[in-house]
Design a binder for this molecule. Sequence first.
Ligand code: HEC
Length: 161
Amino acid sequence: MSEINSLPLILWKCKTDKINTNSKNIGSTLINSYENNLFSRWSLENNLRILLLMLLVAIALFKLTFTYPALAAETSNGAKIFSANCSSCHIGGGNILVAEKTLTKEALSKYLANYNTDSILAIIHQVQNGKNAMPPFKNKLTSEEILDVAAYVFQQAEQGW
Ligand code: HEC
């Protein structure tokens, strides 16, 4: 090969070498950014995990702090409903019309149908529909109020009024 002819070849070689180094550079940049990406994805997932954990702890704390006051509010609401609607006949858990049919645990398990299998449901049923001299309350109280007052009666019966 003559020298003149080999010049383009040298030029061509230089060019491809440059391309090669360039593509090597591009390749390593690609690998680098892929690794960075992997790393940031890894830390993103970890951060999400930590966030999730914090959220769960927060929910648990929230539940612990607010469950008990919420229950207390429900029964105190039940107490209010009881004194407004029931105590005229059932003052202190008694019964001024039918002496033996009180709201004590013993009387309820003796006289109230299904009290022994599903206490609160049995009270709800009685309050909704009434019985004999006891008027029904389903048009007077909301179902939530009936639930509240039934829970209150059950709690008081368990505690012995
Ligand atoms: C007008 C009086 C009167 C009012 C007001 C009244 N009750 Fe009664 N209640 C009765 C009578 C009478 C009975 C007995 C019914 C029967 O079985 O003959 C009774 C029975 C019950 C029983 C079953 C007791 C047992 O030993 O069998 C429950 C529970 C009860 N009432 C809850 C309530 C609740 C809760 C309220 C208020 C939302 C209420 N009552 C309002 C008169 C009343």
